[in-house]
Ligand binder design. Sequence first.
Ligand SMILES: Cc1ncc(COP(=O)(O)O)c(C=O)c1O
Length: 444
Amino acid sequence: MTAAERLIARDDAVIAGVEKLRFFPLAVQSGMGATLLEPGGRELIDLSASWTASGFGHGNAAIADAIARAAIDAPGSSILSASHPAAVTLAEELLALVPSDLPARGRRVYLGHAGTDANDVAIRGCRQATGRPGILAFQNGYHGGLGTAQRVSGVHVSAGVPADPAVTFLPYPDPYRPHTGDPATVVEDVLRLAGAELAQAATAAVIVEPVQSDGGVIVPPQGFLAGLRELCDRHGAYLIIDEVKVGLGRTGRVHGFEHDEVIPDIVTLGKALGGGLPLSATIGPAAVLDAPVASALMTTTGNPISCAAALAVLEIVRAGAATANASERGAQLRGLLVEYADSGRPGAARIGDVRGRGLSIGLELVIDRVSAEPDPVLTAKAVYRAWQLGVVAYPVRGNVIELTPPLTISAEAVEQAASTLMAALDDAARGVVSDEEIAPFQGW
Ligand SMILES: Cc1ncc(COP(=O)(O)O)c(C=O)c1O
């Protein structure tokens, strides 16, 4: 048994199965930047960044330093019953970072632990503030793994989680797989459905991802978010934009919604915000977030160590280099994959689509390009083989490999990761990985 195998055996004996989304037997001892180290010392390039939570790289020195300093003289662990500077400063800085039509004094920041509670609070607050129950969300969307946030997540509901009683799911505008079959009209087709729903005046809020990540890394065509903005204004519903996965620079802009030049009512952040620690934020109108029912009472809310990490993260975001790198490295990685898709190599014909924004990239694998039939088995084998060859990347929606490396990744690492990924795709298409090897890892 290798050191990694020994750790996985211990993990299997004690960690609850429901918390596992495993695609290959990966165990990690440590990380640095975009590199992960297995217990035996093997290095891998990380194209996931822990599902974007390690967005600014593993062991980021500035963030680690802020955490260490905060831990030494932490003013308690909570902001529930005593104010402390880190949480207040973080809230002030988030209000400055997130654009709004409201003055700062008309807005509030909820600080939570995960994207899930940030979205839960947003939704409950909108319901309370409007007196309306309805939530408009999107098929295959992901907003959380518990409570209301989970019950308005199309991904979970289609997997059997009971839907929230007042949620309506609409198709997300997918230019590769348009719900009506016509990519040219996909935005107006979805907006027409949204308009009809909102016209009934029972909708408290529309919740939407600027790139539908776990739903297959779908980049909506221009005008989608702007159209939702206009409909929300017309019908008195709040627009919640869920930036948990791609916010803080990943798309090549600080906020994913900037690509459509909209100003949301409420923005939720998580994952990368905590610099590796659990932290989330909901930024929105006081009328929504001060409503008592909207508060999620959790003791370590506003935890000063997490807030200190986030202050270091925001400093990195404001400096701009990580966002610019997301744009440049994203273009590099997509360019290499598009070149591969046209190369005639063994795996190339199985690439149906390469898409993305900045360092949020999706590689959709199909049986063949004509039928465009999804190929989740090939996808599972490709990510398994990539791990064997030294790259970590996970599938979403079955047949899409999601590539979300730390925003700090270097051009050399992108080059090396892309060439490893292509070799893995070739091997998977040639049948190098057996069904038995991937059988224990059908997690998602
Ligand atoms: C867009 C989006 N929102 C919310 C969440 C939930 O975040 P968390 O898992 O931190 O609760 C996720 C998680 O993948 C996500 O991708």
